[in-house]
Design a protein around this ligand. Structure first.
Ligand code: FES
Length: 177
């Protein structure tokens, strides 16, 4: 008991200068709890946003692959296409030269059930014969039909008059290109 009295005596001046009531202490605790909830919510939100961003980036993962010359691309007429393989011999791909003369290349597998897409010169778009899906020739985005996402894009570069495939990017779900 002597110890308690000593402590009370020692803290009395502070108690006088900084008084607090137990009820107020409880209010501070509630405030702190609310702050804690707010900070926790903000942290969870930031974490979720970070995961969502990462998932979006991963979904559109770009593969850096060895460059490969696309044979015959230089003589391809506008509004036409040719098939090639990239990055491996079993990876069928399609190069489209749109009417404006630009080159665009895609994995040839439809993103619905993997039927090979072809370029329709009449409609100027990539079409899938299996379930009538269609893709934009300039972006690979879904125009209509059941495909759940855009075609995989193959990056193309023109180097000294030759057309090269230089990488591949898988599109995210949705219409995204
Ligand atoms: S496989 Fe292409 S639309 Fe179904």
């Amino acid at each position: 008991m002597a110890d308690e009295n000593d402590v009370r005596a020692a803290t009395a001046p502070y108690q006088a200068e900084f008084p607090y009531e137990r009820d107020e202490e409880a209010q501070v605790t509630r405030r702190e709890f609310c702050n804690f909830l707010g900070l926790t919510s903000a942290a969870l939100f930031a974490g979720a946003a970070g995961f969502a961003t990462k998932a979006a980036l991963d979904a559109r993962a770009s593969e850096s692959l060895p460059a490969a010359h696309i044979e015959g691309a230089e003589t391809l007429a506008p509004n036409s296409s040719l098939n090639f393989h990239y990055p491996g011999e079993r990876d069928s791909a399609i190069l489209v030269r749109t009417a404006d003369g630009a080159y665009h290349a895609y994995g040839q597998k439809c993103t619905h059930l993997s039927c090979p897409v072809y370029y329709s010169r009449d409609h100027r778009r990539l079409e899938c014969p299996c379930h009538e899906g269609a893709f934009d020739a300039g972006t690979g985005n879904v125009l209509y039909g059941p495909p759940p996402r855009a075609l995989d894009t193959i990056e193309v570069e023109v180097r000294e008059g030759q057309v090269w495939a230089t990488g591949r990017t898988a599109a995210r779900p949705g219409n995204g290109g």
